[in-house]
Design a protein around this ligand. Structure first.
Ligand code: SF4
Ligand code: SF4
Length: 134
């Protein structure tokens, strides 16, 4: 997690309900804004991690595992131009092969995932709209 202003964000978030409690109760606008910001911060941090380690670079249509179809195969959000949505879950996912080959990348993503999990931001191919029901 980046430091600096996010320390205040974390402090503010600690005062709110997490996980299932958050879904059961309607969020205030302030809570929504802070959680939405946290989602974006985590998403950007995950992008930076992936950009640093590049575990999923494709060559001739295949990643290093030899998979012809990447992890997006069959997803309703997948367009010819690529992913059409913002999914923190997808940004934090690495297959077992990639986890073994890029352990530091996996550890960095896991650290972000532990925060995302706390605020119930995760789910298979779940995007930001799904998380916040907007
Ligand atoms: S997570 Fe694994 S299978 Fe998926 S694109 Fe990356 S390296 Fe390939
Ligand atoms: S939502 Fe996830 S699986 Fe679907 S296209 Fe985007 S990154 Fe791929």
């Amino acid at each position: 997690m980046p430091h600096g202003k996010n320390v205040n964000l974390s402090k503010a978030l600690s005062e709110f309900k997490t996980g299932a409690q958050m879904r059961e109760k309607k969020m205030s606008k302030t809570e929504f804004n802070i959680k939405s910001k946290l989602y974006d911060v985590l998403y950007s941090a995950a992008r930076r991690v992936l950009s640093k380690y590049k575990p999923c670079v494709f060559k001739k249509g295949k990643c290093f595992t030899g998979m012809q179809w990447d992890c997006c195969g069959g997803c309703c959000h997948l367009l010819k131009t690529g992913c059409a949505t913002k999914s923190l879950s997808c940004k934090l996912y690495l297959c077992e092969e990639a986890r073994e080959k890029f352990p530091e990348c996996a550890a960095a993503l896991d650290a972000l995932e532990s925060v995302a999990e706390k605020y119930n931001f995760l789910g298979f191919r779940v995007n930001k709209q799904d998380v916040f029901r907007i």
